[in-house]
Design a protein around this ligand. Sequence first.
Ligand SMILES: *[C@@H]1O[C@H](CO)[C@@H](O)[C@H](O)[C@H]1NC(C)=O
Ligand SMILES: *[C@@H]1O[C@H](CO)[C@@H](O)[C@H](O)[C@H]1NC(C)=O
Ligand SMILES: *[C@@H]1O[C@H](CO)[C@@H](O)[C@H](O)[C@H]1NC(C)=O
Ligand SMILES: *[C@@H]1O[C@H](CO)[C@@H](O)[C@H](O)[C@H]1NC(C)=O
Ligand SMILES: *[C@@H]1O[C@H](CO)[C@@H](O)[C@H](O)[C@H]1NC(C)=O
Length: 371
Amino acid sequence: MLNSYIYFGLASLASSALAQSSNAATYTNPILDGVGADPWVIKDGNIYYMTYTTSTNITILRSNSLTDWNNADAALAFAPPYGFPYSTDLWAPELHKIDGKWLIIFTADPNYDSPPPEIDAFCPFNCPAVYHRMFVLEGSGSDPFTSNYTMKGELNTFDQFAIDGTYFQHSSGLYHVYSCWYDAFSSWPAMLCITRLDDPWTVASNVTERQVISAPTNPWEQTPYGRAVNHRLASNEGPQQLTNKKTNQTFIIYSAARSDNRNYCLGQLELIGNDPMNPQDWRKNNDGCVFYQNPLEHAYGVGHASFTTSPDGSEDWIVYHGLETTSPGWGGRTIRTQKFTWNEDGSPKFPRPGYGPYAVPSGQNASMGMY
Ligand SMILES: *[C@@H]1O[C@H](CO)[C@@H](O)[C@H](O)[C@H]1NC(C)=O
Ligand SMILES: *[C@@H]1O[C@H](CO)[C@@H](O)[C@H](O)[C@H]1NC(C)=O
Ligand SMILES: *[C@@H]1O[C@H](CO)[C@@H](O)[C@H](O)[C@H]1NC(C)=O
Ligand SMILES: *[C@@H]1O[C@H](CO)[C@@H](O)[C@H](O)[C@H]1NC(C)=O
Ligand SMILES: *[C@@H]1O[C@H](CO)[C@@H](O)[C@H](O)[C@H]1NC(C)=O
């Protein structure tokens, strides 16, 4: 197992550009130059950490500023050797702190997941993701940036497709919520499944106890919109827990439709009962996307979000990816952030996506130096 980390020598180029951006009262999107997808941001103390999909490894970025990642420090957390079930297509890594331990949960597959024809033949549609699974790394120390990460194993998804897994924390315990299929070969729809965990890498539920808490049944969750023919490309994925700290309402904000085109958007589930394993305890917002494309500002395909706060903790912020034109597909995604607020009913009130300039997060100011 490869547990090394390295620092990238970005610090020296950083200082002058950084001083400028930190002094500014505004910022613009994207917040990281170049292609970036599936961003995950977590704030620990006064420091923000970001992970996102690089496909080949898991890199942690570290910044004092939520709105400027071009000058961030970077550390390699994990680069898998060849020949393991998690060697290729490392997607959507998330860095969580659970019971004082740092954990990375991520998607991967053994060998660029191109199933041989005799496996593909079982699928009703072409099914290139048939071997995608979820894995967990544990950090060695209290600092996620300098920790060494060791493989704790695969999260049991019953030898079925699993991507974009996240942890859902509840008073009744810890859960794994991920994008799943009905069975090993169904290909689509991609839904949201939940299982109960004994610890961050040990699944307690068996396959019959696993529950589907959302399926892409609405026209806006299908591609093209309202697709009548079959479930090809209809997806629920990228689930994220979001709690309203004023009301204690708990939501899962997920991505719907298809990640390579303009219709990708965010949908919303709310836990209205006490048992996350009971599908009836989840209420889905069937009215439409809660965050979606804004053609007037050429912001398309906005999704795969995570949530954090301003440096002073007074504001809530969404970090997501999006496209600048309608046609670039996966290779055109960039990482953005915006402030959001809350509706009267306690649900999140997301802004219209765009590029700014927007006011920087509250408490982000000139005194914030870089490493
Ligand atoms: C991690 O992956 C990215 C994207 O493939 C690559 O640019 C970067 O060099 C890799 N980092 C290391 C340390 O291998
Ligand atoms: C990571 O591993 C290196 C090499 O074994 C060791 O020197 C270092 O102390 C470890 N760091 C942490 C935070 O565990
Ligand atoms: C799953 O667990 C339930 C409850 O413990 C049990 O009744 C059922 O037989 C188990 N199913 C399988 C497939 O193991
Ligand atoms: C939210 O939960 C906390 C901790 O259990 C509790 O102290 C608080 O009163 C709750 N707030 C509301 C509005 O229910
Ligand atoms: C921002 O500036 C204010 C007033 O100068 C200061 O009190 C605060 O600590 C600063 N915030 C940070 C995160 O540096």
